[in-house]
Design a protein around this ligand. Structure first.
Ligand SMILES: [Zn+2]
Length: 133
């Protein structure tokens, strides 16, 4: 036995109906044996299936991460290669503090951290604005 979600084309009600097989359903439909249990209309058919919801996967997590990062960088200025110098200068008060992000080599990042400059790696690589398009 198989169960189908059927829908009344007149009233829009959906209901379940059991059939011996797909063929049984087709034959019952062709003979007008199917009817809406609520209004008795024979104008019924298989209910449209809801689009399958993709399983929460990697791409979804990545999209969320990207959105979170975009939010994080919304008020941040891209300084590119000057990031280590800029971060250091702000730390030492040579530059007005602001949110910046940019590039640093692993060595530069380590050096900044060793000097106590508060920097944090971004979860995702950032495409420099001058490399967009
Ligand atoms: Zn109906």
């Amino acid at each position: 036995m198989i169960v189908f979600d059927l829908q009344c084309r007149d009233g829009g009600e959906t209901f379940e109906a059991w059939f011996r097989s797909n063929k049984d359903y087709d034959e019952s439909l062709a003979r007008g044996l199917l009817e809406c249990p609520l209004c008795g209309s024979a104008n019924v058919g298989k209910a449209p299936m809801a689009p399958s919801v993709p399983k929460k996967g990697k791409s979804d997590a990545l999209a969320k991460l990207a959105a979170a990062q975009a939010e994080l960088l919304k008020d941040s200025r891209w300084v590119g290669d000057e990031f280590p110098d800029t971060a250091r200068a702000m730390y030492h008060g040579d530059l007005a503090p602001e949110r910046v992000h940019g590039q640093a080599t692993v060595e530069q990042a380590k050096s900044l951290a060793a000097d106590g400059v508060p920097v944090a790696p971004l979860p995702l690589p950032v495409v420099p604005p001058d490399q967009l398009n």
